[in-house]
Design a protein around this ligand. Structure first.
Ligand SMILES: N[C@@H](CCC(=O)N[C@@H](CS)C(=O)NCC(=O)O)C(=O)O
Length: 209
């Protein structure tokens, strides 16, 4: 059994989406991040970083969205969303997961939270983050152009769910990820999945539907 601590649209979204896609039993615990519940003593006991998501899997609290995606996809191999250890695509799968977490999610966090670095110079922090994000979109789009439609070619993997969530976060940026043509194709495919509709209904989301 899983219990996901989430906030609508946040980094918990990809974990929630996968739990729906995999059709595994789970319960949700809403964390009101605007009210600062992620910094409460009770929540910090689960996740000392004070951010969402946290996933309690069989009683064990775990955090870091990318790790949660890897863990959940591995635990439910019947869906085929994670190449197995002996699969030739395992290495590329891990590469993309870590690349998305490090090269894309990190500057995206700075775009959304420039005060993490310098509240007095938020514009400069955001400009730096934007440059790194757009350079990553260039590389990802080129990869998809040559090897798509998914990150692993014809094979859908959990990394595509993660990439779609990160694209969603850029929807109000000057150049959203979905304005790159091959990223747009991937986004449309992912958004067409019934699990995406269910996710939107459950999280009460409307933007970037
Ligand atoms: N590296 C973490 C980052 C999580 C993160 O930044 N979560 C944001 C929402 S998308 C959050 O909880 N923000 C509230 C805060 O920082 O206080 C992960 O991937 O799980």
């Amino acid at each position: 059994m899983y219990r996901l601590y989430y906030s609508p649209g946040a980094a918990s979204l990809v974990v929630h989406w996968l739990l729906i896609e995999l059709d595994v039993p789970h319960e949700l615990a809403l964390v009101d991040t605007k009210a600062g519940q992620q910094k409460s003593a009770g929540y910090l006991a689960l996740n000392p970083n004070g951010v969402v998501p946290t996933l309690v899997a069989d009683g064990q609290p775990l955090y870091e969205a990318a790790a949660l995606v890897l863990h959940v996809a591995d635990r439910h191999p019947q869906a085929g969303l994670a190449p197995a250890l002996d699969d030739p695509q395992r290495g590329a799968y891990l590469q993309w997961m870590l690349n998305l977490a490090n090269t894309l999610q990190s500057p995206l966090r700075l775009w959304w939270y420039p005060q993490d670095i310098d509240a007095d110079h938020a514009d400069r922090v955001q400009a730096g983050a934007r440059g790194r994000i757009e350079a990553t979109w260039d590389r990802l789009d080129a990869h998809l152009a040559a090897n798509g439609p998914y990150l692993l070619g014809d094979r859908l993997s959990a990394a595509d769910f993660y990439l779609t969530m990160l694209m969603r976060w850029t929807r109000n940026m000057p150049r959203p990820g979905h304005t790159w043509p091959h990223l747009a194709t991937l986004a449309e495919r992912m958004k067409a999945r019934p699990s995406f509709r269910t996710l939107y209904e459950r999280e009460g989301l409307t933007e970037w539907a």
